[in-house]
Design a protein around this ligand. Sequence first.
Ligand code: ATP
Ligand code: MG
Length: 218
Amino acid sequence: MTPVVEARGLSRTYRRGRLRVPAVSDVDLTVAAGTVVGVEGPSGSGKSTLLRLLMRLEAPDSGELLLDGHASRRTAPGWAMPVFQDARASLDARWPVWRTVAEPLLRTDRAARRAAALDWLSRVGLGHVDPDARPRELSGGQCQRVAVARALIARPRVVFADEPTASLDATTAAGITRLLRAAADEHGTALVVVSHDADRLAVLADRIVRMDAGRLTA
Ligand SMILES: Nc1ncnc2c1ncn2[C@@H]1O[C@H](COP(=O)(O)OP(=O)(O)OP(=O)(O)O)[C@@H](O)[C@H]1O
Ligand SMILES: [Mg+2]
C-alpha cells in the first residue's frame, strides 16, 4: 500500500546573514496509514521544522516529499491536520471554540456541526467549558485540547502533532494519548507526534525516531 507520508532526503537550512542553520538534514521518513510515528529529540534539533516540511507549510531546500504517493498535488482540505506547538496562537482568536473545532466538517449544516463540536469538546475533557468562549478565555492546556479536537473531528488521513500534551497534567495527557491512538486504530489515520515525554511516546507510538541536530538518528 502507498504510504501516507514518504519523505526522502528532506533538508532545510535557515540563513541569517552569514550564519547557516541546518535545521533538517537529509531526513528519510515513511508513515503508513494507521501508524503512529513518534519523534523525540532535544530542543532545537529540528522537530518542528520537520513537521512544517511534512505539512508543506514550508518547502525543503532539497529532497522529495510524497503525500499519498503524490509529489506536488495539493491535498484536499482536511486531508492533513496540524496540532501546533503553540496551540493558542494557532486558534482563531475571534472565533468561539466550538466553531474552530467544527471547521474541518465541510458540507454539514450548522446544527450538526455544533453538536459534533460539543461531542468532541467533551471527549477532550472540555465538556464544562463554554463552547462560545474565545481562545483567550481558555488556559494553554485547554487550547491544546481544542486543537486536538479540531484535528481529529473529521477523521483526517494524517495528523501532525507538535507536543500535543505538553501543557497537560498526566491524567488529561493520557486521555488525549488514547484519542490519538484511537484515530490510528479505528480510522486508519497516520500520525506523526513530536513529544519530549518518552514514556507517553512509548505508549502511543508504533515507532519512535530521534532527531539530533537536524538528522534522524533512529
Ligand atoms: N523561521 C526560522 N528562521 C531561522 N531559524 C529557524 C527558524 N525556525 C527554526 N529555526 C532554527 O532551526 C533549528 C530547529 O528549530 P525547531 O523549531 O525545528 O526545533 P525543535 O526541535 O522543534 O525544538 P523545540 O523542542 O524547542 O520545539 C533551531 O536552531 C532554530 O533556531
Ligand atoms: Mg518545536
